[in-house]
Design a binder for this molecule. Structure first.
Ligand code: NDP
Length: 298
């Protein structure tokens, strides 16, 4: 009798050169239960025919170091980091790619050989989505908010050619820090407006972006403090809020003749960039968007 050399020896599978080890990716955040990225990414993997998984993991701050060590030990090809780990993860990585270094935060980690490299695909995702409707070169942008999403959007938009960024934010310290970042890391001009009044968008502004959390479900009808009558034809109004896709800001802007861009596009694009970095494959954006729309009931 031949001795079976493999614990699960199966000649058929071995001669067909099949592997029972899946490509592993995922997300570390807390809370994690309402993060729909897993539905979008796994739909993309299925459509690509990849034997790949995306595990949505609830990781507490005190468990982040072990989670990253675990991902290394298990050979994960990469993972997303969401709140509250986007800055804290940096010390557990081997190096940062250019955009993550400039922005100072990581939302996507990629294994390159034995190294874990921090990337930031939020801003790149926004710019990819933006380019589907407008050329950012030479544009003037009004950006509401100065948090993590705003920092990524401001830096990548400026690197993509936006000439002037006006940061409108309640907290002056956070606003000033973003203005300083844009001026240090990009060729664009930046200025701050402290947001303690209803803000009128200056005539001649080409791109208006809400990067605050105002309008996120279940407060879908909430509106930022903007003079809606300062918005009109010739402007593109974008929102980072992915759910609902059509925020009240976008609805009001469209009614006043502005072009609009929803936050679902950004979410899909940043995910597509991450899948490309992890697997080398080009996913189907329509499949990814549909998966999110199914989740959000859009
Ligand atoms: P942060 O907590 O880092 O920043 C939140 C920002 O919103 C701050 O600038 C804050 O202002 C501002 N803000 C909050 N509430 C109000 C309010 N009532 N009026 C005015 N400003 C307000 O969050 P993030 O930047 O990480 O996320 C912001 C939003 O972006 C979230 O809703 C998130 O879902 C979305 N997002 C979407 C992505 C996509 O792919 N579509 C990707 C990443 C994020 P202040 O500094 O004055 O407190």
């Amino acid at each position: 009798m031949p001795v079976q050399s493999m614990p699960f020896g199966n000649e058929d599978s071995m001669t067909q050169n099949r592997s029972f080890v899946s490509t592993l990716t995922g997300s570390f955040s807390t809370p994690a239960a309402d993060n729909p990225t897993v539905a979008m990414v796994e739909a993309a993997y299925r459509a690509l025919g990849l034997d790949a998984r995306y595990l949505n993991c609830d990781v507490q701050p005190e468990g982040l170091a072990d989670a990253v060590r675990g991902a290394r030990a298990m050979g994960w090809v990469g993972f997303n980091c969401s709140l509250p780990h986007k800055v804290a993860v940096v010390e557990h990585l081997d190096r940062l790619a250019g955009s993550a270094q400039a922005i100072g935060a990581v939302n996507c980690v990629v294994r390159e050989g034995q190294e874990l490299v921090g990337e930031n695909t939020d801003g790149q995702g926004f710019v990819s989505s933006l380019r589907t409707v407008v050329d950012p070169a030479g544009a003037s942008m009004v950006l509401f908010g100065a948090g993590g999403a705003a920092r990524a959007i401001a830096v990548e938009s400026a690197l993509a050619g936006v000439a002037e960024v006006t940061v409108v934010n309640r907290d002056p310290g956070r606003g000033a820090s973003l203005v300083d970042l844009v001026e240090r890391a990009t060729p664009a001009r930046a200025r701050q407006v402290v947001w303690d009044h209803t803000y009128a968008v200056p005539a001649g502004t080409s791109i208006v972006v809400n990067s605050t959390s105002v309008g996120l479900a279940p407060h879908g009808d909430a509106l930022i403090e903007v003079d809606l009558d300062s918005i009109g034809p010739g402007m593109l109004v974008a929102d980072v809020i992915p759910n609902p896709a059509e925020t009240r800001l976008l609805r009001e802007a469209a009614e006043r003749g502005a072009e609009t861009l929803d936050g679902l596009g950004m979410l899909v694009e940043q995910g597509a960039i991450a899948i490309g970095l992890w697997t080398g494959a080009e996913p189907d954006r329509a499949v990814m968007r549909q998966a999110l729309e199914d989740v959000f009931g859009a």
